[in-house]
Design a protein around this ligand. Structure first.
Ligand code: DMJ
Length: 651
């Protein structure tokens, strides 16, 4: 019998193993080729499986497998007991083979000692922590807080490159010396008053928002929150620059550079911060060209943006008391059931357009245009804009319309939006014209004594009372005369003159020759205050503002004369050794002081007086538009430049 070993693989039958195994008649001693192949396959599959198991099973299962023996082999045996937990919960010690009872007990005890020692140490540590004094904990918290503040500050003051934009035409930023010596003398006197106001603040209130000139210390109100933001410095620096008070300007600039910090948790009025701080900083930037003012304005503006960012546009757009840190907004509690105020949400346009221009960020422009669009869609009772708008319902609140407080600068900014756009924003001009037309129809009257006044419209009834604040409108009418519809320029200039005259009367009919906060035209009363709480003068600028505009448009010397009367009265009755103070009763020859030197006295009142006694080439009105806090911003002759987020200008 030959072995088939070397025979060709195919077609061979496996021979029987032995005769003894005959009970299996077909039993073969060798495997067929296909069977061998199958076996080979199975074997290789098994090897692959084992191999795969090694690499793909979870680590712990691998370790378990190797722990089985390798540990004993590879790790030197140091005879330490292994802990385990018996089913009873009792800790048992698995000794290594061959240890006796005694050794078990020793091990058990040593383990107990170890556990006890561990517990005691942990307890000690916990006690130690508790023992730390409250002061220590407080100090730790404070350190942490300071660290966070520092980080935030770093973030804030870090240089943020702004896109280069062409500087608008900036002309007539200084000088303006009048040719007439007596006018120059008056102008010098106004500069001296500014110096006294500034020096006093510098000495007694530096860094605070305002000054208490009698108490000779810092002062603040809720419009700035509780923080010290140096409102007077920011509000005054452009006036210092215009007056050529260079040292004082540098001093202010240095403070702003080093100390003006918006990383504070202040609850502020968006309106006030916008007109005084952003307006002041932008004006200082354009006048002096110092970058720091622009950077600070932009940092601050970024803090204001969250006021507009809540999901419901209507609500967000009209919330105007803002917490800097959280960006959470609310409205003044006193305003017609938490309503938003027309003069607050309507007095952002000038500053926000400049912010978009300078930063390239369309957000500012879009916010103010969104407000404009919403207002355009609303019905207006008798064509008038009520002062209150309910941010929840999107409807007007109480139907109260005024050109004084709560409404004033809304109208002013419509006109100035048009002027600042180089007269391309015709939508703003049209809105202004329509609004003024309705105001003239419903609010402007002549008194029995022939004084033209602007009353207040309350639920269909005209209250014959005019606020000091409304006196600014004389200047506004004159400023808007050119470009008014139906060739009514002469009419509006005349209206401006009449308002100026009425407001002068309100000053002239007092003992101090300073105007009261509000005056009546009723029951034989002509331009005088009746209520005790309307007799005060708090260094407001509006009447002098109107004198200046009227002077620029008419050059009638009476406006300089009236301005000089007011300046003398302020110097006589409001000047004290620690600055200038408001007075509580302009009809009393012995007035008491309110002990506040308002920041707008330096920003507006003294600036308008100085301009009144300067030549017209200082800040010409063709090139500059003054915001509502008297901060001059240049006209944007955009030409081919389109503001980001805006439509190309239509001429
Ligand atoms: C200023 O802050 C602004 O002029 C504002 O528009 C209203 N009035 C005060 C000063 O009286």
């Amino acid at each position: 019998m030959t072995t088939p070993a070397l025979l060709p693989l195919s077609g061979r039958r496996i021979p029987t193993l032995s005769p003894g195994a005959s009970s299996f008649p077909h039993h073969r001693a060798t495997l067929r080729l296909s069977e061998k192949f199958i076996l080979l396959l199975i074997l290789s599959a098994f090897i692959t499986l084992c191999f795969g198991a090694f690499f793909f099973l979870p680590d712990n299962s691998k370790h378990k497998r190797f722990d089985l023996g390798l540990e004993d082999v590879l790790i030197p045996h140091i005879d330490t007991p292994k802990e385990g937990k018996h089913a009873s919960g009792q800790v048992i010690i698995h000794g290594q083979g061959g240890h006796d009872e005694h050794r078990h007990r020793e091990e058990e005890e040593s383990l107990r000692d170890k556990i006890r020692a561990d517990h005691e140490r942990a307890l000690q540590e916990a006690k130690e922590k508790l023992r730390k004094s409250r002061e220590e904990l407080k100090a730790e918290i404070q350190t942490e807080k300071n660290k966070v503040m520092e980080d935030l500050k770093k973030k804030d003051v870090g240089p943020k490159p702004l896109p280069p934009v062409p500087m608008p035409k900036v002309v007539g930023v200084s000088d303006g010396e009048p040719p007439e010596p007596d006018v120059k003398e008056k102008r010098d006197k106004i500069r001296e008053m500014m110096k006294h106001a500034w020096d006093s603040y510098r000495q007694y209130g530096w860094g605070h928002n305002e000054l208490k000139p009698i108490a000779k210390k810092g002062h603040s109100t809720n419009i700035f929150g509780s923080s010290q933001l140096g409102a007077t410095i920011v509000d005054a620096v452009d006036t210092l620059y215009i007056m050529g008070l260079h040292e004082e300007f540098k001093d202010g600039q240095e403070w702003i550079e080093q100390n003006l910090d918006f990383s504070v948790n202040a609850e502020v009025s968006v309106f006030e911060v916008n007109i005084r701080f952003i307006g002041g900083l932008l004006a200082a930037y354009y006048l002096s060209g110092q970058e720091v003012f622009k950077l600070k304005a932009v940092q601050l503006a970024e803090k204001l943006l969250p006021a507009f960012n809540t999901p419901h546009c209507l609500i967000s757009l009209f919330l105007f008391v803002l917490v800097f840190f959280s960006g959470v907004g609310r409205n003044w509690g006193w305003a017609s059931a938490g309503s938003s105020i027309l003069a607050e949400f309507g007095t952002l346009h000038m500053e926000f357009v400049h912010l978009t221009y300078l930063t390239g960020n369309p957000a500012y422009y879009q916010k103010v245009m969104h407000i404009r669009k919403l207002l355009a869609k609303m019905d207006r009772p008798n064509g008038l804009y009520p002062n209150y708008l309910n941010p929840r319902t999107g409807r007007w609140g109480q139907h109260h319309t005024s050109v004084g407080g709560l409404g004033d600068s809304f109208y002013e900014y419509l006109l100035k939006a048009w002027l600042m756009s180089d007269k391309t924003d015709t939508e703003a001009r049209k809105t202004y014209d329509d609004a003024i037309e309705a105001i003239e129809r419903h609010l402007i009257r002549k008194s029995n004594g022939g004084l033209t006044f602007i009353g207040e419209w309350k639920n269909g009834h005209l209250e014959r009372k005019m606020g000091h604040l409304a006196c600014f409108a004389g200047g506004m009418f004159a400023l808007g005369a050119d470009g008014s519809p139906d060739d009514k320029a002469g009419h509006y200039l005349q209206l401006g003159a009449e308002i100026a005259h009425t407001c002068h009367e309100s000053y002239d009919r007092t003992v101090l020759k300073l105007g009261p906060e509000a005056f009546k035209f009723d029951s034989g009363l002509e331009a005088v205050a009746v209520r005790q709480n309307e007799k005060y003068y708090i260094l407001r600028p509006e009447v002098i503002e109107t004198y200046w505009y009227m002077w620029r448009f008419t050059h009638d010397p009476k406006y300089r004369q009236w301005g000089w009367e007011a300046a003398q009265a302020i110097d006589k009755y409001c000047r004290v050794s620690g600055g200038f103070s408001g007075v509580k009763d302009v009809y009393s020859s012995n007035p008491t002081y309110d002990d506040v030197q308002q920041s707008f006295f330096l920003a507006e009142t003294l600036k308008y007086l100085y301009l009144l006694f300067s030549s017209d080439d200082l800040l010409p009105l063709e090139n500059w538009v003054f915001n509502t806090e008297a901060h001059p911003l240049p006209v944007l002759h955009l030409g081919n430049i389109t503001l980001p987020g805006s439509e190309p200008a239509q001429r």
